[in-house]
Design a protein around this ligand. Sequence first.
Ligand SMILES: C[S@@+](CC[C@H](N)C(=O)[O-])C[C@H]1O[C@@H](n2cnc3c(N)ncnc32)[C@H](O)[C@@H]1O
Length: 234
Amino acid sequence: MAKLYAIGVGPGDPELLTRKAERLLKAVDLIMAPFSRKGDEGIALEIVREFLDPKRQQIVTRFFPMTSDPDILADAWRRAAEILADHVENGKNAAFITIGDPLLYSTFIYIKKIFGESYPELEIEIVPGISSINTASSVTGIPLAEAGQRIAVIPATSGIEAVEAAINGFETVVLLKIKSLYPEILELLRRIRPERDVVLVEKAGCKGQKIINDREFMAIHHPDYLSLMIVRSL
Ligand SMILES: C[S@@+](CC[C@H](N)C(=O)[O-])C[C@H]1O[C@@H](n2cnc3c(N)ncnc32)[C@H](O)[C@@H]1O
């Protein structure tokens, strides 16, 4: 029976794709790749392009706008789910690719919900990917947690109070989606973490990767969308 595969393609380096992801990407009939900036076909597709065969496989790019308008978002997710379900119902294997891992702040989570509600008979298999969090930890050599330590993952979009509470409550905090709240985060860190236990990682595991430890340089830097920070107690 045909399936929908949700494939995590890792942070950017095609060598960080799992063997299972590579095998399935070469085998499926349709690959759907999300993108959210017009004119940019999507980071996930760039990562896996070398494994695809456009003569044999259908490659569909879908625009998922970066908006908080629930109607626009719901419409984009539903239409994507319909295309995928249509293929699977017709006996074709389809893959939805996501950067990092498919179940960590990914559009796939919404598509999975729609499948559960509207197409419960269709099978989904999730292929985990190496997340940006693990990649940032590896490229900086900063452990995420040891012994009894606790780790919090906070999207900065949840607000500066949530960021502050996490930093005060956990030994390690990983801040994702930092771009929109960057000046406020730097100000908070100046106030409550003046030491050197903060690193900014931009494009972890990708071409153009940057690791910034220097607070003065951080202050004049304009982070890319693909940026995160690790804040860790020394
Ligand atoms: C929508 S989330 C996607 C997370 C992804 N599913 C994962 O497993 O890493 C996007 C956020 O993840 C972080 N991110 C994703 N890829 C990254 C990379 N290669 N380097 C640094 N941060 C990254 C950034 O904080 C970005 O704003």
